[in-house]
Ligand binder design. Structure first.
Ligand SMILES: Cc1cc2nc3c(=O)[nH]c(=O)nc-3n(C[C@H](O)[C@H](O)[C@H](O)COP(=O)(O)OP(=O)(O)OC[C@H]3O[C@@H](n4cnc5c(N)ncnc54)[C@H](O)[C@@H]3O)c2cc1C
Length: 427
């Protein structure tokens, strides 16, 4: 079994790794006292024992073990009935911010952010999309200017060292972001902003960690098709970000953002599921429980979707295994594309199967949920929420472009704005 890198822990291979992890997990589980009530101390102890994400380095919640070995720890702890970190509530932190911080963060940033991110003490959100920059994310307008450099200034380097040592001036950020899931619960955000309008659009972006409690951050709810306000528009006015909260070099934000986006697609489409898990589960259960709803035509469609769901589940399993050997590549786009289409077709079948009943909708209250709960609500919610699956994390059209260009090697779309300075692009 492959090692995770130079920080690899004291592991041999194969079963030896498994047995070692099981022993460590069992020892940790013995430390949990249900009478404690608050699981925070236990979650911190789990992180410190390296059993949070075992493929992370020692000292950062991991043991440098193979990524696939996480399953062993999760199984052991679940069987012991200990609390987990409620991953659904902190999906953006776990799935997107953490791998980016691990890859591009300084040692100080990793030490500061990863532990409370994993335990759920600090929730993260993603300030990427803007009203005029979604699919064309690199066209974003939000500006980050070194304090004292003035908004007309080009890059940022001329006003400071940009070496992340803490000596460089702060950044002042102004702009608007949109569709920001969970911003109302977040302590931190991963943020991309334009630091140099004088160079081509992909080159003038830098990547920051933004404090959502800064007085210049204004979070306003956006109600969506489900009735909930799961996401927000976020106005940034004179938000001060220390240079020590920059991830990666000045002007290198686009490269850093690729790590976030590739991980996002795997996080959305690559969740580990049991057979007949995910969206197909409630429909299959309904089919078994309500024979009066069945027709031969619906039977045929259900079986077709069941097979597709199983193929997608196994495909996700394979990509997760490939991940053990490195960072996610464009294959994650295929997963996310398949997941989105399937979720929409399966939830459509569920509503159709229910007939008139399927048209009823349980709750239109504009609640501000902590996470997306596909299975705690009715078929109508699943049907409406699944519509967002083909938009969030890159639309299905954009993912097809990525697969065409980067997986199949087909000719690229013409891009006339690639080499011109961002400030000269028509808007
Ligand atoms: C539920 C949900 C949660 C989200 N959460 C977040 C979040 O937390 N943080 C965040 O930053 N963003 C978030 N988003 C935003 C999401 O990333 C964007 O909506 C998405 O990237 C599309 O951008 P857009 O909405 O501006 O659409 P546009 O980019 O304007 O696209 C409009 C249409 O044109 C098509 N299109 C555009 N360009 C091309 C092209 N080159 N080729 C073919 N077709 C094209 C698109 O596929 C789409 O159908 C979320 C979105 C949803 C639905």
């Amino acid at each position: 079994m492959a090692r995770a890198g130079k920080d690899a822990g004291p592991f041999g291979a194969g079963r030896e790794v498994e047995e070692d992890l099981r022993r460590r997990a069992a020892a940790l589980a013995r430390r949990w006292d249900p009478g404690d009530g608050v699981p925070l101390d236990f979650l911190r102890a789990r992180f410190d024992a390296g059993l949070a994400w075992v493929h992370f380095p020692v000292g950062l919640g991991g043991l440098g073990a193979p990524r696939a070995a996480q399953r062993v720890v999760d199984e052991e702890l679940a069987a012991a009935g200990v609390p987990d970190n409620a991953p659904g509530r902190i999906g953006i932190g776990l799935g997107m911010a953490a791998p980016t911080i691990l890859r591009y963060g300084t040692e100080e940033q990793k030490q500061r952010f990863l532990r409370p991110l994993w335990t759920g003490e600090e929730v993260w959100c993603q300030l990427f999309s803007e009203p005029g920059a979604g699919s064309d994310l690199a066209g974003l307008r939000t500006r980050a200017v070194r304090e004292g450099a003035g908004a007309g200034a080009g890059g940022g380097e001329e006003a400071g060292s940009g070496d992340g040592t803490g000596g460089a001036p702060d950044w002042i950020v102004d702009g608007q972001k949109v569709w920001t899931s969970g911003a109302h619960n977040a302590r931190w955000a991963i943020l991309i902003a334009r630091t140099d309008p004088g160079v081509p659009k992909h080159q003038g972006i830098s990547y920051f960690v933004c404090d959502m409690t800064d007085p210049g951050v204004d979070v306003r709810p956006l109600r969506q098709i489900t009735g909930e306000a799961e996401f927000n528009e976020v106005f940034l006015t004179g938000v001060r970000i220390p240079d020590a909260h920059r991830l990666g070099g000045v002007g290198e934000g686009w490269r850093v953002a690729q790590t976030t986006l590739m991980n996002e697609r795997v996080a959305i489409g690559g969740t580990a599921l049991p057979r007949e898990g995910g969206m197909i589960r409630p429909v299959a259960a309904l089919w078994r429980e309500r024979p009066e709803l069945r027709t031969p035509e619906l039977h045929d469609r259900l079986l077709g979707l069941w097979v597709e769901a199983e193929a997608a589940r196994l495909g996700a399993e394979r990509v997760r295994q490939q991940l053990a050997a490195g960072a996610p590549g464009p294959e994650g786009s295929g997963l996310k594309l398949a997941f989105a289409g399937l979720n929409q077709r399966i939830s459509g079948l569920e509503v159709e199967l229910l007939g008139e009943e399927g048209l009823r909708y349980g709750d239109w209250t504009a609640v501000r949920p902590e996470s997306v709960d596909f299975y705690g609500r009715d078929a109508g919610y699943r049907y409406l929420r699944a519509k967002g699956n083909s938009i969030e994390g890159g639309t299905s059209e954009i993912l097809r472009n990525i697969i065409a260009e980067r997986v199949l090697g087909l000719p690229a779309e013409p891009r006339t704005d690639k080499d011109a300075a961002w400030k000269d692009l028509p808007r």
